[in-house]
Design a protein around this ligand. Structure first.
Ligand SMILES: Nc1ncnc2c1ncn2[C@@H]1O[C@H](COP(=O)(O)OP(=O)(O)OP(=O)(O)O)[C@@H](O)[C@H]1O
Ligand SMILES: [Mg+2]
Length: 243
């Protein structure tokens, strides 16, 4: 699905300070980025540069110290608790490095849980849960608990869960961080396929250079600031002139 000209996420002069005793950590120092609906964005940068902090602000999981996050042109700070919960449940799917599945629930139960919160009818929920597990290649693992699945399979369940309520944005924080090279590549290919086929916007913090190949743009973060923004064709050109 081609990228649209509408913005789905915008941040304006976003900063986040953490108070640690006497010390203030400036995790973000004024980040302004625009993301188009349907884009695949990778956020790259050294450890401690502010990637997860940016992820948490865009996902409405934490509040910025200054600045604004707009989702679909709505200022998140203007939402009340109910509206924010609605947005997090319906518009955004979250994927984490450590999968964060519920250990006592089966794959299917993990996936349908966000649908319970969204108030979906039982039969619709079961049907959609099965379809989603098929989409991520785990149609044969419906009733297994996370402990009975490999890391890559658990991350597939987490991706299916992120898709439960048909979000327009998937936020992934180091989704391949705990996976071996081959499994990591499969997860990246799956995210890219979902991005291309469903038009879901993917925003992923990552150290994984394999992610560069599938990204439309890369935001390089250093010390709480966006150092540069590169499109894939700029990256490819750079590689060609280097060789
Ligand atoms: N809750 C917190 N309290 C205090 N400081 C924090 C908190 N969360 C993050 N920080 C600090 O903010 C800075 C940015 O952290 P962040 O987790 O965003 O980095 P990151 O780019 O995601 O790193 P990594 O690649 O290691 O995941 C770091 O200096 C970190 O120590
Ligand atoms: Mg991080």
């Amino acid at each position: 699905m081609p990228r649209s000209d509408e913005y789905i996420v915008r941040t304006k002069d976003l900063s986040k300070h953490y108070q640690m005793g006497d010390e203030t950590v400036e995790a973000l120092k004024g980040v302004t980025v625009d993301i188009f609906r349907g884009e695949y964005i990778s956020i790259m940068g050294p450890s401690g540069s502010g990637k997860s902090t940016l992820f948490n602000m865009v996902g409405g999981l934490d509040k910025p110290t200054h600045g604004t996050v707009f989702i679909d042109e709505v200022d998140m700070a203007q939402l009340d608790a109910y509206e924010l919960a609605w947005l997090r449940c319906r518009k955004i799917g979250y994927i984490f490095q450590t999968f964060n599945l519920i250990p006592v629930m089966t794959a299917l139960e993990n996936i349908t849980l966000p649908m319970v919160f969204a108030g979906m009818a039982y039969d619709d929920m079961m049907k959609r849960g099965r379809e989603l597990l098929d989409t991520v290649g785990l149609g044969h693992r419906l009733h297994n608990k996370p402990g009975e699945l490999s890391g890559g399979q658990q991350q597939r369940v987490a991706i299916a869960r992120a898709l439960a309520n048909s979000p327009s944005i998937i936020l992934a924080d180091e989704p391949t961080g705990n996976l071996d090279l081959k499994t990591g590549k499969e997860i990246i290919d799956l995210l890219r396929r979902l991005n291309q086929e469903n038009g879901v916007t993917v925003i992923s913090a990552t150290h994984d250079l394999k992610m560069v190949d599938v990204s439309d743009r890369i935001f390089w973060i250093r010390d709480g600031l966006v150092d540069r923004v590169q499109t894939r064709s700029e990256m490819e050109q750079e590689v060609m002139t280097e060789h």
